[in-house]
Write a protein that binds this ligand. Structure first.
Ligand code: MG
Ligand code: MG
Length: 622
C-alpha cells in the first residue's frame, strides 16, 4: 500500500508537516491549497523539500465548484483551473482533486457536467495533469460516488478519473461494493477517513469529526477490501478534518495516522484472507504483522511515588501483604492473591504518587512486543541484573508503560525477585485487578483508543459521559473479550488538566473481590480513609431499588456504592486519593459487567469536594 496523507490533517507550518510525515514513514502527501497559500516557500522550494525528505507530492486539492454551470461561468472556471495547473507543474504534482459542485451548479444534467469535465481534461492534458473527480456527500447534484463515476465515464477522457473518499461514501450509506465495478485505471486517487456515529448534518460531521481509520465506526477494512479487489494500487491517503488533531503536536499526530494505516492494511489483509476472489494481478500489497492474542490478565500495576508510605498504608488497609523489596531495584511488591502492586520509589522526593506501568499477561510476549514496535510504540529500555527476568515493554500514548509478561499459572517468575518468598499471611478476599482507569490527555484520546486496540487487541466498548462538578468526563472502556483485562480511558474536561498531559485527573486501580463487606470491615479496623458518600445517595438508592434494609444500612455504614442490572449486582467503594491515584474495590455478583456508571457522578463530586478542602488545608492527600 502506498501511503499518503493530506497536509490538512496536521497542525503546524507546511515545513513542519512535511518533516513529521516523512519521520512517521509516509510515502507521500497531498498538498492542501491553504497550506501552500500561507507558506513563504516557493512552489519549487516546497517540491525540493519534499524530494529531500523522500516524500512524493501525490495530489493538489481542492478545486471546487467547476461543473454544471453556464457558459460564462465555465470560461472563468477554466481560467481559474489553468492557473492551478501551472502552479502544479512548478510543484511537480500531476493529480488535482476536483470536488463535485456544491455552490454554483445550476444545471442538473450529467451530459453537461461530463462535457465540461472533458474540456477541463483537455486543458489539463496540456500540462500533464490528471483530474480526480470526487462526489462530495453534500454536492448540489452529485453526492454519490457511482454518479460521479458515470459522469467520468461519459466525459471519456484519459485525463479524467475519479477520487473515492470513504467518508463521502460511508457517511451517506452508499454501498462500497460498487467500487469493484469501476475500472482500477479510472480510480485516480483514494482518500480514507473514519468517523464516529453522530446524528449531525453530513458537512459538519465531515469538517470537524473525521478521525483516522480504527478510531471511528466505519467498516474501513471492508472498504479497502473492495478497493483491493478492484485492482487499484495507487496512493491510499488519509484526509481527516478534525478539530482536535489540528491542535495536537504534529509529530504525534503523524505517527498516530501512520499507525492507523498500518493497522488498517493488516485488517484488510485478514478480512480478505481465504477469499479466492481477492487475489488479482498487481494486487495492492498489504501489511502483515505478528498476531497478538488478547492479554489474559493484568499481572501487576506499578505505582511510582516520591514518598511511597501513603500508598503502602492504603494497600495494607485493603489487606495487602508486603512481599519485600526487589533484589536490585528500588521497588517493593505488595500482593493479595493475584492482585499485585509494585511500588517504585521515584528519584524525586516530591513526585506525586501515580500509576506508572501495567504488566499484562500475554501468550507470546516476543510477538506482542514486535507487533507493538511495528505499530510505532516507543520501547521502554530495561536495566536488569544477571539472572533477572527481562520483560519487554513499551509506552502507551498516555505515558503508561506496558510490560508484557509471559502468562503463568502460579506466581510469575519476576515476582520471585522480591525479598520474601514466604506465602502471604492470611490473604483476604481480593482476588486480582478488576480494571484500571487511565486518564488521557484530551488531545490524544482517539490515538489512545486505536493504540490499545491495535497493539493489544483490546476492543472499545460504547463510550459514556459522566457529569462532574467541573464538566463532563468522557469514559471509554477497552476490554479483552474474556473481560480479564479492562482499561477505562477517561478524558477529563480541560479545566482539570491544566498541564494538558492528563495529569490533572487522578487514575485508579480497581481490585476485584469476593466479599466486599469483609474487605471494607478490615479496612475500617485498619483505619482506611474511605471516600465519603452522602446520605442523599442512600435515600435515592432506597427509592430506586427494593433493597433489604440490613444491606442498605451496611452500604451506608461502609460508604459502599451499589448498582444492579439484568446481569447482577455491583458493590464498590473508593479510598481517598493520594497524589494522582486512588484505589477502588469492587464485587461483581455474579455476572454484572459494568462499572457502576450511575455512581460515577457521586464519586467525582465527593472527590472534588475533598480535593478543594485538602488544597485549602495544604495537604498532599486529596
Ligand atoms: Mg476527500
Ligand atoms: Mg472504576
Amino acid at each position: 500500500m502506498r501511503t499518503s496523507i493530506a497536509t490538512v490533517c496536521l497542525s503546524g507550518t507546511l515545513e513542519e508537516k512535511l518533516h513529521a510525515c516523512a519521520a512517521a514513514g509516509f510515502d507521500g502527501v497531498e498538498i492542501f491549497e491553504q497550506d501552500l497559500l500561507v507558506c513563504p516557500l516557493s512552489p519549487e522550494e516546497i517540491r525540493d523539500l519534499a524530494a529531500g525528505l523522500g516524500l512524493s507530492l501525490d495530489l493538489y486539492q481542492p478545486f471546487r465548484d467547476f461543473e454544471g454551470v453556464d457558459g460564462q461561468l465555465l470560461e472563468g472556471n477554466l481560467r481559474r483551473a489553468e492557473a492551478k495547473f501551472a502552479l502544479m507543474n512548478r510543484l511537480g504534482i500531476d493529480t488535482m482533486l476536483v470536488c463535485s459542485n456544491v455552490a454554483t451548479a445550476t444545471i442538473d444534467d450529467d451530459a453537461v457536467a461530463a462535457a465540461q469535465l472533458r474540456r477541463l481534461g483537455e486543458l489539463a492534458a496540456g500540462y500533464g495533469i490528471r483530474l480526480a473527480y470526487e462526489a462530495l456527500a453534500w454536492g448540489r447534484f452529485v453526492n454519490d460516488f457511482e454518479h460521479a463515476w458515470r459522469i467520468v465515464e461519459l466525459a471519456d477522457h484519459p485525463n479524467v478519473g475519479t477520487c473515492l473518499d470513504s467518508f463521502h461514501i460511508l457517511s451517506r450509506g452508499w454501498d462500497p461494493a460498487g467500487i469493484e465495478r469501476i475500472p482500477a485505471a479510472k480510480i485516480f486517487f483514494v482518500q480514507l477517513a473514519d468517523a464516529p456515529e453522530l446524528s449531525l448534518d453530513v458537512l459538519s460531521w465531515s469538517r470537524h469529526y473525521r478521525v483516522f481509520p480504527g478510531e471511528g465506526a466505519f467498516d474501513l477494512a471492508g472498504f479497502v477490501g473492495h478497493l483491493v479487489r478492484s485492482g487499484y494500487d495507487g496512493p491510499v491517503s488519509l484526509e481527516v478534518f478534525n478539530d482536535v488533531f489540528r491542535q495536537a503536536a504534529v509529530d504525534r499526530t503523524a505517527v498516530d495516522a501512520m499507525r492507523s494505516l498500518t493497522w488498517l492494511s493488516e485488517r484488510t489483509s485478514l478480512h480478505l484472507a481465504g477469499r479466492d476472489d481477492a487475489v488479482g494481478a498487481g494486487r495492492m500489497s498489504l501489511a502483515t504483522l505478528p498476531g497478538v492474542e488478547e492479554p489474559h490478565a493484568v499481572s501487576f500495576a506499578e505505582v511510582t511515588a516520591g514518598d511511597p508510605e501513603p500508598i503502602r498504608t492504603l494497600l495494607y488497609q485493603l489487606g495487602f501483604t508486603s512481599r519485600g523489596r526487589h533484589r536490585s531495584k528500588q521497588v517493593e511488591l505488595m500482593t493479595q492473591n493475584q492482585a499485585r502492586v509494585v511500588i517504585s520509589t521515584g528519584r524525586e522526593p516530591d513526585r506525586e504518587a501515580g500509576l506508572s506501568a501495567l504488566g499484562l499477561d500475554v501468550a507470546d510476549a516476543a510477538a506482542a512486543a514486535s507487533r507493538a514496535l511495528q505499530l510505532q510504540a516507543v520501547p521502554v529500555p530495561r536495566r536488569s541484573q544477571a539472572g533477572e527476568q527481562v520483560l519487554q515493554a513499551f509506552s502507551a500514548p498516555d505515558g503508561t508503560e506496558i510490560f508484557l509478561c509471559p502468562a503463568t499459572a502460579g506466581e510469575p517468575a519476576w515476582a520471585r525477585e522480591f525479598g520474601s518468598s514466604a506465602p502471604e499471611t492470611a490473604p483476604g478476599t481480593i482476588t486480582g485487578i478488576d480494571h484500571v482507569n487511565l486518564s488521557q490527555p484530551w488531545q490524544h484520546f482517539d490515538e489512545a483508543v486505536l493504540f490499545y486496540e491495535s497493539t493489544l487487541s483490546l476492543a472499545p466498548r460504547p463510550s459514556e459521559e459522566v457529569p462532574s462538578p467541573m464538566g463532563l468526563v468522557r469514559s471509554q472502556v477497552m476490554r479483552s473479550r474474556s473481560g480479564a483485562v479492562r482499561l477505562a480511558l477517561n478524558i477529563a474536561p480541560p479545566v482539570f488538566d491544566g498541564a494538558g498531559d492528563g495529569s490533572g485527573y487522578p487514575q485508579h486501580v480497581a481490585f476485584g473481590c469476593t466479599d466486599i463487606v469483609a474487605v471494607a470491615r478490615t479496612a475500617v479496623e485498619r483505619g482506611l480513609e474511605f471516600l465519603p458518600i452522602p446520605e442523599n445517595y442512600y435515600e435515592d438508592l432506597a427509592a430506586r431499588f427494593d433493597l433489604d434494609p440490613a444491606l442498605l444500612q451496611t452500604l451506608r455504614e461502609l460508604n459502599l456504592l451499589y448498582d444492579r442490572d439484568a446481569d447482577g449486582e455491583f458493590l464498590h467503594f473508593y479510598t481517598s486519593t493520594v497524589g494522582n491515584l486512588f484505589f477502588e474495590v469492587v464485587e461483581r455478583r455474579p455476572a454484572y459487567e459494568g462499572y457502576g456508571a450511575p455512581n460515577a457522578a457521586v464519586r467525582l463530586a465527593s472527590q472534588y469536594r475533598r480535593s478543594r478542602a485538602r488544597k485549602a488545608a495544604g495537604s498532599p492527600v486529596r
